[in-house]
Design a protein around this ligand. Structure first.
Ligand code: ADP
Length: 262
């Protein structure tokens, strides 16, 4: 649709802009951080300017962190796509996700379809998607809850249609990330994938998480949608086109192993 086209053009423009700005900023920040370090080393321990200089250095470090996020955002184009087993990628992330969520208040569940089809994607990008969605889910559940990662085969155009999202007929692999968090308003949902849209406190959110996810999903020929209810929770659904070959559980499918049935 026209809205989608506008969105992807906007993404591309922002990506290019962000990459250029981030690169120049990074060089300038290196100068600021370097000289702050130098000055800090020359100031005596009791000098009141020392504390002030430390603040300058801290702010510059934080700015460098933000620019590296911007750089990562604009470097999405360098990808290594192959036929992969989504379940294997998700399973490998288990430890990382548990650490991220803080086991004590957020429960992590996975519902992985053992006969899941294969997809064509960059495994690193898939990890980035799951991480970004998981960070948002965690932030939406400050008092605890449950994060569920689900995978499932979905076919459109054969039998009754169970998906509410607009999808062309065909075979898909669904990755769903569900939380039992605070949910979001219709208004928030309508801006969700826009670069720099955030409702988080200053310094907490960049507004680049979901636009990055959106960019990656588009690049893999997929579709993303969201279902959310205030105080009930949010589900992000990503549909990847299914490729030939059934993914063997726990292992990436070699690119030449197409048409393995079972
Ligand atoms: P950021 O996380 O830096 O704010 P994102 O692009 O990842 O940027 O998210 C944009 C906004 O979408 C968030 O600020 C939040 O308002 C909303 N959001 C995203 N995921 C969720 C979620 N799982 N539950 C509730 N709100 C969410």
């Amino acid at each position: 649709t026209e809205a989608q086209l506008r969105q992807s053009q906007k993404m591309e423009a922002v990506g290019r802009l962000a990459g250029g700005v981030a690169h120049d900023f990074n060089n300038l920040l290196t100068v600021i951080r370097g000289y702050s370090e130098l000055i800090l080393g020359r100031l005596a321990a009791g000098d009141p300017a020392k504390r002030e200089m430390e603040e300058v250095k801290k702010a510059a470090d934080r700015a460098a962190g933000l620019t590296s996020q911007l750089l990562a955002f604009s470097r999405r184009q360098f990808v290594a796509t192959k036929v992969v087993d989504l379940n294997a990628i998700v399973t490998n992330m288990d430890g990382m996700l548990r650490r991220l969520l803080g086991e004590d208040i957020i429960e992590l569940c996975s519902e992985l379809d053992q006969s899941l089809g294969a997809i064509k994607a960059d495994p690193g990008q898939i990890e980035q998607i799951v991480m970004n969605l998981a960070v948002n889910a965690r932030d939406a559940m400050p008092t605890g809850g449950r994060l569920t990662v689900e995978t499932r085969n979905v076919s459109i155009g054969k039998g009754p249609r169970r998906e509410t999202m607009p999808l062309e007929s065909g075979d898909y692999v669904l990755l769903a990330v569900k939380d039992t968090g605070q949910g979001m308003s219709e208004e928030t949902q309508s801006h969700l994938f826009e670069p720099f849209f955030t409702t988080k406190a200053k310094g907490k959110g960049t507004g680049l998480g979901l636009s990055t996810v959106y960019g990656i999903v588009k690049q893999s020929g997929g579709t993303i949608g969201v279902e959310s209810k205030i105080d009930k929770g949010t589900t992000f659904k990503i549909f990847f086109p299914r490729v030939d070959g059934v993914a063997q559980s726990g292992q990436a499918v070699p690119a030449n192993a197409d048409r393995v049935h079972g």
